[in-house]
Design a protein around this ligand. Structure first.
Ligand SMILES: O=P(O)(O)OC[C@@]1(O)O[C@H](CO)[C@@H](O)[C@@H]1O
Length: 404
C-alpha cells in the first residue's frame, strides 16, 4: 500500500549504520572538512574550529548557537532548541546535514566579522569545475545544435539541465557517488530494461510553458558550475523563444551542500558564458541584458538554506511561488525538501505529496538519496530486479515530475 500525504512515511534519520544517511553524517561530512582544510590557506584558529566541528558532528551532541550568532533567531524558529543535546545521528537527517553547513561556515569565519568574512570555502572546487575542459566541450557542443528546431533545442537543453544535476561536488566525495560521467544523457545509466529516466512528465512541463507564453518561470537552482551553466542555458532559451516572459532564479544566500549556487556563482557562470564563443556567448549576453531589463531576477531567500521541508515555507516565499506559472526545483536536496525527506513507498503519488505547493511545480533531479515518489509499479519492480536498492542513491537515474 502506498503511503499517503495524510499518513506520511517516516522522516529519515541518520542513525542506522550502513544506511545512506548514516554514511553522509559519518563519512561524507568528515571528508568535506578534510577537503575544506586543503582548499584554502586557513589560519590556526580556523583549523582548531574545524577540529572541534569534526569531533562534535561525529561524536558529540548538537550545541546551541551562541546568543550573538548570525541567524540565531532563524535557527531557533527552525527547531534548534528541540534538537540541542541530541546526537547529530538522532535528529532528522535533513536538519543535521543543513546544520552541519551552518557550523562549517562558522568555523571558517564566513559570517565574520573578520578578515575571512564572505570567503566561500567551496569556491576553489567550484571554480575548478567551471574552468574544466569538460565545461569548454559542453559549451562548444551548443554550436552543433544549431540545426535543431526550437522545440528540439528546448528538449535538449532540458535534458542538459536535468543531467547537469550529476555535477554535485558533495556527492562526488561519497563512497557510493563515484563513477563520474555515468548517466549523463537520456539513454545512459540504467541496466537492461531499466530506463535512465524513471519518470518523465516533460510534456506536461512544456504544456505549462507554451511558446506564446508571457508567464513567469521560477527556477530554484541547485549546484553551481556544471549544473548552473546548463540551467542558465535553459532559462536563456525559454526567454528567447517566448516560453517564459520572465524568470526568477533562486540561489542560496550562503555556501551550502558544497557546490550549491550562490549569487557569486551566478556571476562566475555568466562571465564564463559571455567569455566563451559562439552560441554560449550569445546566451550569456542574452541573460546579462535580461538581468538589466528585469526579465531575469536573482533571489537568495534565507529559507533556501533552511533545514526544513517546503511544507514549512514562510508566507513571503509561498507568495512568490504562487505567482509563478511554474516553479522548477532542481536537484536531489530540493526533491527531498519538496516531498518531505521521508522514506515513502516509491509508488506514492507525487501529486498527493506535493498538493500543498502553491502553484504548478516541476522537479528535475538525478536520484542521489533514498527518497522517491511517483514511480509506476513496473518501473520500481524493474529497478529493484536490476539493481536492488542502489538505483535510489547511485545518481545514474533521473526523473522529471510535474504537478500542475
Ligand atoms: O541536491 P543535490 O546537489 O542534487 O544533491 C545533494 C546530495 O548530494 O546531498 C545529499 C547528501 O548529502 C543527498 O541527498 C544528495 O545526494
Amino acid at each position: 500500500m502506498p503511503d499517503t500525504a495524510s499518513q506520511p512515511a517516516p522522516v529519515l534519520l541518520g542513525n542506522e549504520p550502513g544506511s545512506f544517511p548514516h554514511g553522509v553524517l559519518a563519512e561524507r561530512h568528515p571528508a568535506i572538512i578534510r577537503q575544506v582544510r586543503e582548499a584554502l590557506p586557513y589560519e590556526a584558529g580556523q583549523h582548531r574550529a574545524l577540529d572541534a566541528l569534526l569531533a562534535n558532528c561525529t561524536e558529540g551532541v548538537i550545541e546551541p548557537l551562541p546568543g550573538d550568532a548570525p541567524g540565531r533567531d532563524r535557527w531557533t524558529a527552525w527547531g534548534m532548541d528541540e534538537y540541542v543535546g541530541r546526537s547529530w545521528f538522532d535528529v532528522p537527517w535533513l536538519w543535521a546535514e543543513s546544520h552541519f553547513y551552518r557550523r562549517l561556515l562558522d568555523a571558517v569565519g564566513w559570517f565574520g566579522p573578520g578578515a575571512w568574512q564572505g570567503i566561500d570555502p567551496f569556491r576553489p572546487a567550484k571554480l575548478a569545475e567551471l574552468d574544466a575542459p569538460e565545461t569548454d566541450e559542453e559549451l562548444a557542443a551548443l554550436d552543433g545544435l544549431a540545426g535543431l528546431s526550437a522545440d528540439e533545442l528546448g528538449r535538449a537543453l532540458l535534458h542538459g539541465s536535468l543531467w547537469g544535476n550529476r555535477a554535485d561536488l558533495g556527492f562526488s566525495l561519497s563512497a557510493t557517488g563515484t563513477g563520474s560521467g555515468a548517466g549523463r544523457g537520456a539513454g545512459a545509466g540504467g541496466r537492461g530494461e531499466v530506463p535512465a529516466l524513471v519518470a518523465d512528465d516533460s510534456e506536461r512541463l512544456w504544456s505549462l510553458l507554451p511558446p506564446s507564453g508571457t508567464g513567469t518561470l521560477c527556477l530554484v537552482a541547485d549546484n553551481a558550475g556544471r549544473e548552473l551553466v546548463p540551467d542558465l542555458l535553459l532559462v536563456a532559451h525559454l526567454l528567447a523563444h517566448g516560453r517564459a516572459g520572465r524568470a526568477i532564479l533562486h540561489v542560496k544566500p550562503h555556501p551550502y551542500y558544497v557546490s550549491d549556487a550562490t549569487t557569486a556563482d551566478v556571476v562566475d557562470a555568466l562571465r564564463r558564458l559571455t567569455g566563451a564563443s559562439g552560441t554560449a556567448a550569445e546566451y550569456g549576453r542574452l541573460l546579462w541584458s535580461a538581468l538589466a531589463d528585469g526579465r531575469l531576477t536573482v533571489r537568495a531567500h534565507p529559507f533556501s538554506c533552511a533545514p526544513l521541508p517546503y511544507t514549512d515555507m514562510p508566507d513571503d516565499l509561498r507568495a512568490q511561488f504562487a505567482q509563478a506559472t511554474v516553479t522548477v526545483l532542481k536537484g536531489d536536496l530540493n526533491y527531498r525538501r519538496l516531498v518531505g525527506d521521508r522514506l515513502w513507498s516509491p509508488t506514492t503519488p507525487f501529486a498527493d505529496v506535493t498538493a500543498y505547493f502553491p502553484g504548478p511545480v516541476a522537479t528535475l533531479r538525478t536520484l542521489k538519496s533514498d527518497v522517491i515518489t511517483g514511480l509506476d509499479a513496473d518501473t520500481e519492480t524493474a529497478l529493484v530486479a536490476a539493481e536492488g536498492q542502489r538505483w535510489r542513491t547511485s545518481g545514474t537515474h533521473a526523473l522529471i515530475q510535474v504537478r500542475s
